[in-house]
Design a protein around this ligand. Structure first.
Ligand code: ADP
Ligand code: ZN
Length: 749
């Protein structure tokens, strides 16, 4: 019925109520409103208008409209509803993560200042009089005449108030509030970059993307016939193949047609160069780029959000949550480094930003491009099954060859060096010496994931694995047991290696600090910097270190996965991976894929300039497929064998895997709750759902809470999600226990 609106009330419990829209008030879905609720008032967001069954006179009226303009678009409301169903998360929680706090809270608003504008100059006679009797007023008028509108502050603030008032009263000038933009990059100068001439591979990719963008704009496209829509494009381009240039030119194509562009990057701080490229191309003359990231002040966030909503910023670059940027009608959504796990949100709602980009593209009817040198197996599978359109860039844009990768077998090094597992192999040490002598730079990479939780023999490289799941078993200190957290299989901790009977089988791992100590001893005169989660916590540390490295004030950069991403340093000729096994033997079925990606990405940091690059991988498991295929730059070979393993053990992308986790300070209660839920989930279990057993999590206790988890798999994620939600809402949980449902889980730790 017209005049009625459905409002989602802000707050933890999901309340959706109908209200009447007072006469004369026009609102749209996505508008923020104040409404009466019980005996008090509340704020909320209009979900839709006119769809309610109730008759208007029974409804309480909306108290007021907080903003006449919607803060989210209708498409975003549709996306939120989709997410609620898929991720089994309340709509309110989703809206909360869609809308930045700065935009939701009424306390923030546009910042304004008063500006004086010339209305008309006095006639010469009056002007002459002014210059004699009121020289200050005269000066103000001539300034305004010469330079256009000026803010009162710039005119002199309080000291000119009287003069301005007199001039205003006389009708010579007017004073009006103006919005000032809080620009996060104010003060930065962006030099206009000119497009590169595309090489044939890039040109083909560019043309494919443009053709799809144009098809969506075709007035004859039947909006209902979704099967006729162009498919998302998976741009699989080796490191350094010039994907960014393709994105930039495709974005230009879109802008030329009046459509906006959304670019998602894994993390703004780690991909400063991508942001820089977009700013230089599109912001040098007229600032068309909005950047959304977690370091914005509330005011900046508010302004960027509204600039996007109003269509003033036609290009948006941002991390995961920018997938909710309120672009009125995007023509192109790009997800760079689409395989990166940072696209998965760690806190509820645990959405996958890349997947949402595809869903949003479908809702918005616009083209989506997923780009990577090492596509996720999920996306590659979609390309192979024909759901996505695969476009390849097989060569580096500058014509250089991909770097030479050497694998060093650390089992031999351990034997040679004695006294615990070796950190630096002879090969890596001598190559580093050569590069440093030649004035070139070195990146050393240490991945700490899965640190010290799986057992590996340093003599033969054997890793203790689950017989059912083929993932490494996790060492649990309290029980003195090895446990498979996917299926619950347990075994005793061997005293010696089951394969070679060496007694030195041990927990893998050392941290960046340990490596730093060793490096300082071996290369006392080299300038060394460490970048990991600890050092990056300091404000601007990351930015400054990367800047110094670029300026060649640092010789060796040592870091965790954070330095594996799209950095482009032409003077780096050696990249070393210190211990590939740390990520390889993480207790996770994606460990092999992650390792392959990491090795390839780290390798991609080397030899990006004129000089040839070299890569050294140190590992105790040199024959592992992740290492061997990365070494030969063979993505497809890797994907093929990895698919065999995933299919055999029914892991994604052949199924959707969800994790249900219980957390509680009482161990038994956490365990019991999950067992109880397991029992309830197994009654009336819909077909096609595979329910695992409740198990202690690989990190059984964290932040004082015991954690148990349950793996649930199904081909049909919606059926799975619905079943879990039904059981959860029909179960009264002990208050002390918190439950987390994670659809398409990435973190099994
Ligand atoms: P990717 O993102 O695929 O790893 P980049 O976009 O970083 O690759 O490009 C690698 C380098 O090649 C960059 O320095 C870029 O400026 C350069 N480049 C890109 N396209 C071209 C081109 N058509 N001609 C010459 N150089 C190019
Ligand atoms: Zn198992």
């Amino acid at each position: 019925m017209p005049g009625a609106v459905k409002v989602l009330i802000d707050g933890p419990s999901e309340l959706i109520f109908d209200y009447a829209l007072p006469e004369g008030v026009s609102a749209r879905p996505g508008c923020r409103v104040k409404v009466p609720l019980r005996n008090t008032s509340a704020t909320g967001t209009i979900l839709d208008i006119g769809s309610t069954q109730s008759s208007a006179f029974k409804l309480k009226p909306v108290t007021s409209l907080i903003d006449p303009e919607p803060v989210v678009t209708e498409k975003l409301i549709q996306l939120a509803r989709w997410m609620a169903g898929y991720y089994g998360t309340p709509l309110e929680q989703i809206m909360r993560s869609m809308l930045p706090g700065a935009v939701r809270q009424e306390t923030h608003s546009a910042k304004t200042h008063l500006v004086a504008t010339l209305v008309e100059m006095p006639d010469p006679e009056a002007l002459d009089k002014l210059s004699r009797r009121a020289p200050r007023q005269h000066t103000i008028l001539s300034l305004l005449e010469k330079s256009g509108p000026i803010s009162l502050n710039d005119l002199g603030g309080a000291s000119v108030r009287g003069s301005v008032k007199s001039l205003e009263d006389a009708g010579y000038l007017s004073v009006q509030p103006h919005e000032i933009r809080r620009d996060p990059d104010a003060g930065d100068v962006f030099l206009q970059s000119t497009p590169h001439k595309l090489n044939p591979g890039q040109r083909y990719a560019y043309e494919e993307i443009c053709a799809s963008v144009d098809s969506f704009l075709d007035p004859d496209l039947d909006p209902e016939a979704t099967s006729n829509f162009p498919k998302p494009i998976l741009l699989h381009g080796v490191t350094g193949s010039g994907k960014t240039e393709v994105y930039l030119q495709a974005a230009q194509h879109c802008l030329d047609r009046g459509k906006s562009v959304l670019v998602l990057v894994p993390e703004i701080a780690l991909t400063p160069q991508t942001v820089q490229h977009f700013k230089s191309r599109f912001s040098a003359l007229h600032d068309q780029v909005a950047v959304l990231h977690s370091n914005l002040s509330q005011g900046e966030r508010f302004d960027e959000w509204h600039r996007i909503r109003k269509g003033e910023a036609m290009v948006v670059v941002g991390a995961r949550s920018a997938v909710f940027a309120p672009l009125p009608s995007p023509g192109l959504i790009i997800v760079d480094e689409e395989h990166e796990n940072t696209y998965k949100q760690e806190n509820p709602p645990k959405y996958q930003g890349r997947d949402l980009a595809v869903v949003r593209g479908n809702l918005e009817r616009c083209q989506v491009v997923l780009g990577s040198a090492t596509p996720s197996l999920e996306s590659f599978q979609n390309a192979q099954s024909g759901k996505y359109n695969l476009v390849r860039l097989t060569e580096r844009a500058d014509g250089q060859s991909l770097p030479l990768i050497r694998v060093v077998d650390m089992r031999n090094e351990t034997r040679k060096q004695k006294g615990g597992p070796a950190i630096l192999s002879e090969r890596l040490r001598t190559d580093m010496e050569k590069k440093l002598e030649a004035g070139q730079q070195v990146i050393l990479f240490l991945n700490r994931r899965g640190f010290a939780r799986s057992l590996q023999c340093p003599s033969c490289g054997h890793v203790c694995e689950c017989q059912h799941c083929a993932v490494p078993l996790t060492y649990h200190r309290t029980e003195e047991r090895l446990i498979c957290h996917l299926c619950g299989y347990q075994s005793i901790v061997p005293r010696a290696c089951p394969k070679c009977h060496d007694r030195s089988i041990l927990l893998q791992g050392y941290g960046t600090q340990k490596v730093e100590e060793v490096l300082k001893k071996v290369f006392p005169s080299a300038r060394l910097a460490r970048l990991d989660a600890d050092t990056a916590r300091k404000k601007n540390a990351l930015r400054n270190t990367l800047r110094d490295f670029r300026a060649r004030k640092i010789d060796i950069l040592l870091g965790t996965q954070m330095i594996a991403k799209g950095l482009d340093f032409p003077n780096v000729t050696l990249a070393g991976i210190l211990n590939a096994d740390l990520s390889l033997h993480a207790p996770d079925f994606r460990a092999g894929e992650r390792t392959f990606q990491l090795l390839t990405q780290v390798a991609g940091r080397s030899g990006r300039g004129e000089m040839e690059g070299e890569v050294i991988i140190q590992t105790f498991t040199p024959h592992s497929p992740s290492v061997q295929f990365a070494r030969h730059h063979d993505y497809e070979g890797f994907a093929d064998q990895e698919y065999d393993f995933r299919q055999q053990f029914n892991f994604p992308p052949f199924t959707h895997a969800a994790l249900l986790t219980s957390k509680c300070s009482h161990e038994r209660l956490a365990e019991f709750t999950l067992q109880n839920l397991h029992q309830r989930l197994s009654t009336n279990l819909p077909g096609g759902i595979e329910l695992g057993a409740p198990n202690p999590a690989p990190t059984p206790r964290s932040h004082g809470l015991f954690r148990f988890q349950l793996l649930i798999r199904s081909d049909n994620p919606r059926v799975l999600s619905r079943h879990v939600q039904q059981v959860l809402s029909a179960t009264t949980l002990p208050e002390e226990v918190s439950l987390v449902f994670d659809m398409d889980a990435y973190d099994f730790g």
